[in-house]
Design a protein around this ligand. Structure first.
Ligand code: FES
Length: 102
């Protein structure tokens, strides 16, 4: 398998100590990893979906990050938001309303 062009990183709240999901993101993203994976296939995007540890932005979660663009999204709590983000990847412009800024 070739190295993917892009990664979509989805916070699943795991903590380094103990490994149990303790943050907030995983509680609002049930089924999202599979949905994103299916949408990537349907859209023909060259992306790898990765579940990750807590991204230390819990108060704005659920958090999703797109690399190499380094787009950080907040409030990714529905498939409609995911669709908007995937549309943004296809269009080359992120949906501004969900972009995270500290
Ligand atoms: S649990 Fe997702 S940012 Fe902390």
């Amino acid at each position: 398998m070739a190295i993917p062009e892009r990664q979509i990183i989805v916070c699943q709240s795991f903590r380094a100590s103990g490994g149990d999901p303790k943050g907030l993101c995983h509680k609002q993203t049930d089924g999202f990893l599979q949905y994103i994976d299916e949408e990537i296939l349907d859209r023909g995007l060259d992306c790898l979906v990765t579940a990750t540890t807590c991204l230390k932005q819990c108060e704005s979660g659920p958090i999703l990050v797109v690399y190499p663009e380094n787009w950080w999204f907040k409030g990714v709590n529905s498939k409609d938001v995911i669709d908007a983000i995937l549309d943004g990847i296809e269009d080359g412009a992120p949906p501004e309303e969900y972009l995270f800024s500290s």
